[in-house]
Write a protein that binds this ligand. Structure first.
Ligand code: SF4
Length: 186
């Protein structure tokens, strides 16, 4: 169920329930921008530490204090938001960031390709996204975020463990980044 959009100068935002989880207290936020920021994406990518961006893909991905953020030309999506107040704060922060980058554009060296060694999306892609809850997280996305923040071991997902031989590249990346990785069976 979508909540009524809240209007602000330059953008609006709405909270979206995570439909499959009636008991979930977390929301996703969809922030609609009045003005496209397509031309600003390489400049934003230059100022967002740890983000992932490939010019032409039309999206910057990043992890921001537990939220998965997607920055598109006309909207920004933010996961794991508790309430309207937090949503308003996050949206205002990102809108101000856009304004700052727009104002300082001439002095920013644009980045057309950047990718951290290990991203949250790398972990999420290796999960089955069935949201079964066996890992004690409400969704696979929430679990991926916890693993990325080193709050939970990847081995807590039984489905991943079963198929881990398919994800050797991810396990190598995680090992080189100092994460605990599941052992092969004896
Ligand atoms: S146990 Fe695995 S499949 Fe189930 S919700 Fe957690 S990450 Fe997703």
């Amino acid at each position: 169920m979508d909540h009524t959009p809240e209007m602000r100068q330059g953008y609006s935002f709405r909270l979206v329930n995570i439909d499959c989880l009636r008991t979930s207290t977390d929301f996703n936020v969809v922030m609609e921008l009045e003005e496209s920021i397509e031309d600003l994406l390489p400049y934003l990518a230059a100022t967002l530490p740890g983000c992932s961006y490939v010019h032409g893909s039309g999206v910057i991905d990043l992890m921001d204090t537990g939220h998965i953020v997607g920055i598109y030309p006309e909207r920004i999506t933010i996961t794991s938001v508790r309430n309207s107040e937090e949503a308003a704060l996050l949206c205002r922060t990102y809108f101000e960031k856009i304004q700052q980058v727009r104002a300082a554009r001439e002095s920013i060296q644009p980045v057309y390709k950047t990718r951290p060694t290990l991203t949250l999306l790398d972990i999420l892609k290796a999960l089955p996204r069935t949201n079964c809850g066996a890992c004690e997280s409400p969704t696979c996305t929430a679990f991926a975020a916890r693993v990325f923040r080193r709050e939970a071991p990847l081995a807590r997902c039984p489905a991943f463990l079963e198929n881990r031989s398919r994800h050797r590249n991810l396990l190598q990346k995680m090992a080189s980044a100092g994460y605990a990785i599941p052992c092969d069976p004896p």
